[in-house]
Design a binder for this molecule. Sequence first.
Ligand code: HEC
Length: 86
Amino acid sequence: MVARGDRLYHGNTCVGCHGSNAEGTPLGPDLTKGKWLWGDGSLAAISRTITEGVANPKEHTGVMPPMGARSSLHPKSRHSPRISRR
Ligand code: HEC
């Protein structure tokens, strides 16, 4: 689970805005310090942020695309083995 998340994070555009250690850049916030701008840091809140993206950031200049703009993360994608309905 963690390894898969790591692969997803680094193989994805997340790095560009949140930094390779998830410690943040001017474009996107630090995800490691336990301080959350969107929601309470619960899995549910974080999942919602990642699913919906952040169109109007509070403190950063990047605009976070839903699912990191990666189509294979999209629930309707046929390439996602985890959520495919088949
Ligand atoms: C184009 C830049 C960009 C990309 C790409 C991006 N993010 Fe973000 N992310 C942001 C911004 C901007 C915010 C909101 C910051 C604010 O409101 O000031 C944010 C917020 C978040 C939050 C909520 C942080 C909080 O404090 O509540 C999480 C979790 C998150 N991103 C995870 C991810 C993950 C995982 C990916 C890859 C799938 C990703 N982001 C890709 C820019 C980005």
